[in-house]
Structure formats: structure tokens, C-alpha cells
Design a protein around this ligand. Sequence first.
Ligand SMILES: NC(=O)c1ccc[n+]([C@@H]2O[C@H](COP(=O)([O-])OP(=O)(O)OC[C@H]3O[C@@H](n4cnc5c(N)ncnc54)[C@H](O)[C@@H]3O)[C@@H](O)[C@H]2O)c1
Length: 289
Amino acid sequence: MRGIAGKTAVVTGGASGMGLSTSMRFLEEGANVVIADYNPETGAAALKHACDEGYRERVRFIQTDVAEETQVAGMIDTAVREFGSLDILFNNAGVGGAIGPLTETTTEDWDYSMDVLAKGVFLGIKHGARQMRRQSEGGAMINTASIAALSGDGGPLVYSAAKAAVVSMTKSAAVELAPDKIRVNAICPGFIVTPLAALGDTAGTQAAFQRAQPWPEHGSGEHIAGAALYLASDDAAFVTGEHLIVDGGLMAAGPELSRRFPKTSGRNSRYSGVTRGSTGESPDLRKLD
Ligand SMILES: NC(=O)c1ccc[n+]([C@@H]2O[C@H](COP(=O)([O-])OP(=O)(O)OC[C@H]3O[C@@H](n4cnc5c(N)ncnc54)[C@H](O)[C@@H]3O)[C@@H](O)[C@H]2O)c1
């Protein structure tokens, strides 16, 4: 891989979960990393962890609320002041936000969720693009969306709407910023075991997802870090406006007919051959042992 050594990355939500995994991976790959997070305690712990791993010279933490424009601008300034540039921006911070029946969702619930999940990404793109443009060498932005953006039943209504906005902003920004060689992509994680995903129940939720997900192992922050590294690297030099699904085949499974009709479809089918629909011709099926 044409790597990211020597480049400077800002990772929002970098103190926990997939943001922390990505911060550590970027450091391992030789990048400078600014961890930006709302939570000063986990932020301090993440900074200590990175320093203990030997990255003291190349890592910083700045407490940041991504929903506050001045703080987002300050986060970008920190990267430039500390390391001289901004080459990679991972707009990843997030919360579950509004839950429950839509008939009970208040405008305050809506506003908080949208502020963090959608406005936060917009502000990151806005201020990241200003800095990357100034440097005239382009850059890479990665936004964390979700499979919730892609169907009507992948998450709560407001969360799904916010993540759909992230996918949409990713495409619009990719088009607008392409002349500046700023690539903008999104990652749509499936179920990833992180503190956020564990807040609800945990073992039960994990088990349910694992039943629905074709891949036999659970998703981890490292899986997202690998995808983020690819999108940040020059190996993705012609990839922009994309949303990369990283979900162990959850979305690919779609209506899951092979699970619902195990005797006639997929790898468990007892037959092989062709059916001929309404042609009036007989199917040609071979019974498998
Ligand atoms: N875990 C999953 O299954 C899953 C699936 C799809 C998408 N996502 C998305 O992935 C991203 C990372 O989530 P995670 O699972 O690693 O969760 P996490 O809770 O482990 O990490 C999220 C981080 O974002 C920070 N944060 C929250 N609000 C913030 C704000 N206003 N400003 C700055 N930082 C803020 C939190 O403090 C936390 O450190 C989120 O955008 C989430 O919506 C998660």
C-alpha cells in the first residue's frame, strides 16, 4: 500500500471505538494524529495509550464538540499548528441519538442527533476543505455513515436520516472538491462491537446481529480502521464519492431468502439445476446427495 507515513490526520470521535482503532492504526502506519473527541476522560486515556505505545511525538488530543463550528475550526488549526498540515480527516464522531417511536420523538431529540451526526460532518468537511485547499496538495476525507443510511430498518429514524445525509454530503463534497484533488468518501459500518454498540444491551444484541450477518466473526474497530486506511491512502487515489460498506455481508444478505427457505436456496439447497419459470417447459433439477 502506498501509505500515509508523514501525513497528518485528524480523527473525530478518536477516543473510543472505531475512531480509537483508526487513530492507533494511522499512528502505526507513520502518520501524525490529532485525536478530537467530546469526552476529555477517554480522550486523555487514548492519548496516554498512544504515548505508552511510543507515539508521543506524533499524537495530540483536543477536546472538541463537532457540532460547534469554532471548535471544529480549532481542531483543524491544532493539526496545522502541531504538525504543519492536514492531509487526512476522519469525520467519525457519533452517538446513537434519538430512539423510540417516531410519534414520541421531540424536536430537541432530532436537533441533538442531527447536530452531532450530520452538522458535525458538514463542519468537518467545510473547515477541512478550507485547509486542504490552502495547502494545494489535496487530501482525503472519510466520513462515518452507517448501513442505517441504506434501508428503512437499519437503525432508528433520526439516526438513519442523519447517516443518509452523511452519504449524500459525501457525494456532493466529492464532486465540489475534486478539482482541488480532495477525495471524500464514506464508510458504512454494519454492526461493530464498540462501546457505542454495547450501550444498549450487548450480548443479546451481538448475538442477534451475528445471526443476521453472514460473516461468522463480529465486526471490530480494526475492520473499520483497515477500510479507513485504504481510503486515506494513495491506493485509493481515484476513489471519491464512494460509500464503502463494511458489514460482514449484512447488507448483501438483503431479504435473506436462503435463510428463510433453506431447503431450496443457497448453499443448503437440496437441489441444483435450472427452473424455467412460466415458459411451459419443465425445470431441470438434480437432487443433491
Ligand atoms: N458501532 C456500530 O455498530 C456502528 C455502526 C454504524 C455506524 N457507527 C458510527 O461509527 C462512528 C463511531 O462510533 P463507535 O461505534 O466507534 O462509537 P464510540 O461511542 O465507541 O465512539 C464514538 C466517539 O464519538 C465521540 N463523540 C460523541 N459525540 C461527539 C461530539 N459531539 N463531538 C466529538 N466527539 C463526539 C464520543 O465521545 C466517542 O468517543 C459513529 O459515527 C457511529 O454512529 C457505529
